[in-house]
Design a binder for this molecule. Structure first.
Ligand SMILES: Cc1cc2nc3c(=O)[nH]c(=O)nc-3n(C[C@H](O)[C@H](O)[C@H](O)COP(=O)(O)OP(=O)(O)OC[C@H]3O[C@@H](n4cnc5c(N)ncnc54)[C@H](O)[C@@H]3O)c2cc1C
Length: 309
């Protein structure tokens, strides 16, 4: 029997574990891996207090810190969480199951990709799914962004501050973004729109050097020399494990309040899989700390911060 089980060991889950363990809560983290998306960035430059280093190095420090306070780990994919007699039963795909008084959900998200042959191998070598994170690495370079929603258009604006040229490749003619954002991008002299088109190949030696774009209407292909390919085609949050337990929004994110409570007492959530905006490591870590303190308040009957107002 655990005081709390944390699902996921990315920045949110590991931070939550540091806080629950320091409150002497018996804590188990169940996760597919340690580090989550934090492992996917070659250089994290915007995590305060941590001088630029690889995501893997930073996540390993999170793990060591959580372990040093007594966090236990179990590896596996959680399939379902059920509430039974005011306790939570966590079912793992490998057949194990665990019981806890509280749950902290931190299972993150996965970026949608194009499914091209060498795409996965080129992550961190020119292919990116995070303009905010990797944009500064492309100063005076040429980049292409794929997508036609708000995140793609925002990325075009953001990247044009660094890159000397930005191609925005979209499979349709019309964008699905706010008019004001579309208007800004259309008049940005650094941005060139390539519409009705999709990338069908990434050209690379060790790093990305170009992409082949196909017009979906004419099937005509052309090569764009680029240094970076940013995929801004959305992300997938898989909330199937809690679909019958907590309130989920239209993006499959678990709905949380300001102190990381979900619709079910005793279940808390933090990081990229919640309805909170701004998906970044520092934010996930901060939310993880909040979720842990809320779980502690729930277990001890202490007042939560919102009760003080
Ligand atoms: C390429 C890239 C570069 C980035 N660069 C930066 C950067 O420079 N700075 C920055 O601040 N942010 C960056 N980010 C964003 C940052 O990594 C995320 O915001 C952060 O990792 C979110 O943390 P999280 O703990 O909420 O989720 P995640 O990091 O997604 O972790 C989720 C965890 O849950 C586990 N999990 C998922 N499903 C299950 C399941 N069913 N059962 C058990 N475990 C499960 C996963 O294995 C993982 O351990 C970047 C993201 C990407 C993709």
């Amino acid at each position: 029997m655990y005081d709390t089980i944390i699902i996921g060991a990315g920045p949110a889950g590991l931070s939550a574990a540091i806080y629950t363990c320091r409150k002497k809560l018996k804590t188990l983290l169940i996760s597919v891996d340690v580090g989550g998306q934090g492992n996917l960035t070659a250089h994290i430059e915007n995590y305060p207090g941590a001088l630029p280093q690889s995501g893997v190095e930073l996540m390993d420090k999170f793990r060591q810190q959580a372990e040093s306070f007594g966090a236990e780990f179990s590896f596996g994919k959680v399939k379902e969480i059920k509430k039974e007699n005011n306790l939570f039963n966590v079912l793992v795909a490998n057949g194990e199951n665990y019981v806890a008084k509280t749950i902290i959900l931190t299972y993150g998200k996965v970026a949608r990709t194009l499914g091209l042959d060498n795409e996965e191998a080129l992550f961190g070598r020119g292919v990116s799914t995070c303009a905010t994170c990797d944009g500064p690495l492309y100063k005076d370079k040429i980049v292409a962004i794929v997508g036609g929603g708000n995140s793609a258009l925002d990325a075009a604006e953001e990247l044009s501050a660094y890159a000397k040229k930005v191609y925005l490749v979209h499979r349709r003619k019309e964008f699905r973004a706010d008019e004001i954002t579309i208007d800004k991008v259309k008049v940005n002299p650094k941005v060139e729109l390539i519409l009705d088109s999709i990338p069908v190949k990434i050209i690379a030696d060790k790093f990305v050097t170009g992409t082949i774009i196909e017009n979906v209407l004419t099937k005509e292909k052309k090569e764009l020399p680029i240094d970076g390919l940013f995929l801004e085609i959305g992300y997938i949050v898989d909330s199937s494990m809690v679909k019958n337990l907590v309130k989920i929004n239209e993006y499959n994110e678990v709905v949380t309040d300001a102190i990381c409570r979900t619709s079910v007492p005793g279940v808390f959530a933090a990081g990229d899989m919640t309805s909170m905006p701004y998906k970044q490591a520092i934010i996930a870590a901060g939310e993880g700390a909040k979720a842990a303190l809320s779980a502690y308040s729930y277990l001890t009957g202490n007042k939560t911060s919102t009760d003080w107002h």
